[in-house]
Write a protein that binds this ligand. Structure first.
Ligand code: FMN
Length: 213
């Protein structure tokens, strides 16, 4: 599939058929994580693939699926046949940047942004694009901070790996009840001119805002 087609289909799907996804297809999708960029090639991203129904139901409970359904949405989290926990191991970055080729004046560099979370975002996007390329749909969900320890315990995630988000993968189902609970439908897609500035933020003559989807 061409990148433009994949991007055209890139959206968070919140309605799935329960049909299982063949293991080799899942393996192909999650192995794209090896292609993810990472600061210093620290490769701190860590995934847990979940297909067991009981675990998926528990994840849905922790994510507050009940309230989502009560608000008019689908039970998409418990229905999606594959969930991928995306975690990050910050220590991988400190280990990498304490290697001789990365030291500055004998010290680990300061961090302009927490690259371990930046890279986890890039990794989940690769999963999403690979799933779409495989003819599937994907979504992303988070849990409230107080539920994070329960998610990590449920999945046996070690202490040095931190929750980032969960990705759902499956065949899309029609969603007649796609409702106002979906942010994409309640929030305006910002025009490029509001998101992108040229040369300097305060440079005069920036491209003007046009109605863009
Ligand atoms: C880090 C992250 C967390 C998200 N968490 C949730 C979530 O918990 N529940 C949900 O329904 N959507 C979640 N989303 C999806 C966003 O609402 C969605 O990306 C946004 O509305 C734009 O829609 P689109 O991705 O379909 O274009 C999340 C997205 C990201 C990137």
């Amino acid at each position: 599939m061409e990148l433009a087609d994949i991007l055209g289909r890139r959206r968070m799907t919140r309605s799935y058929l329960p049909d299982p996804i063949p293991r080799e297809v899942i393996e192909r999708i999650v192995s794209t994580v090896r292609r993810a960029p990472s600061g210093g090639f620290s490769q701190g991203h860590r995934l847990v693939v979940v297909t067991e129904a009981d675990t998926r139901r528990e994840l849905a409970r922790l994510a507050g699926e009940e309230e989502y359904v009560a608000a008019g949405g689908q039970a998409w989290i418990s229905t999606a046949p594959v969930h991928v926990f995306v975690g990050t191991r910050e220590e991988s970055y400190h280990e990498r940047y304490r290697r001789p080729d990365k030291l500055r004046d004998g010290e680990e560099i300061g961090w302009p942004a927490p690259y371990w979370y930046v890279d986890a975002g890039a990794a989940f996007m690769l999963l999403q694009l690979a799933a779409i390329d495989a003819g599937l749909a994907t979504g992303v969900y988070g849990v409230l901070p107080e539920q994070v320890p329960e998610v990590e315990t449920l999945l046996g995630v070690p202490d040095d790996v931190h929750f980032v988000c969960l990705v759902t993968i499956g065949h899309p189902a029609p969603d007649p009840r796609e409702t106002a609970v979906v942010s994409r439908l309640t929030q305006r897609r910002l025009p490029v001119a509001e998101l992108v500035r040229w040369e300097r933020w305060d440079e005069p003559g920036q491209p003007t805002s046009q109605a863009q989807r």
